[in-house]
Ligand binder design. Structure first.
Ligand code: THU
Length: 134
């Protein structure tokens, strides 16, 4: 199983796949499944800016399409000096598809690591439990 640092290095690698001609802000993500597989993601921008998709969501959707449903951690790397936390939209999607125990790992340009559980990043959240009516 990869360490958080190793997963973060995969996110840096994924960043090279980013298509960000408008913001020029590249983001990479690496999603670790419970059985140790890694799926990469990068942000992909559209000229109609709001259609842009974040790195975290491309990684999750890629993994889901490969049949994965159980995830352990996601690492995020960006062009910023500081740690790049997932945006609000990605927090919701990660909660829905990966669960609140997902570990969210960030790496900054100093090669430092910071990590949270997703439930710390999206407290008092909306979720599937509100929709499961019998
Ligand atoms: N972005 C991500 O890919 N992930 C985040 O968590 C924050 C923002 C992307 C979206 C857009 O392409 C660029 O960063 C600037 O917002």
């Amino acid at each position: 199983m990869l360490t958080n640092k190793e997963l973060a290095y995969k996110a840096i690698e994924a960043k090279s796949k980013s298509v960000a001609p408008y913001s020029k802000f590249r983001v990479g993500a690496a999603l670790l499944t419970e059985d140790g597989k890694v799926y990469l993601g990068a942000n992909i921008e559209s000229s109609s800016y709001s259609l842009t998709i974040c790195a975290e969501r491309t990684a999750v959707f890629q993994a889901i399409l490969e049949g994965e449903r159980k995830f352990k951690a996601i690492a995020i790397a960006s062009d910023a000096e500081d740690f790049c936390p997932p945006c609000g939209a990605c927090r919701q999607v990660l909660l829905d598809l990966c669960g609140k125990e997902l570990e969210v790992v960030m790496i900054n340009q100093k090669d430092e690591i910071k990590s949270f559980l997703l439930k710390e990043l999206i407290p008092f959240s909306f979720g599937e439990e509100y929709l499961n009516h019998d």
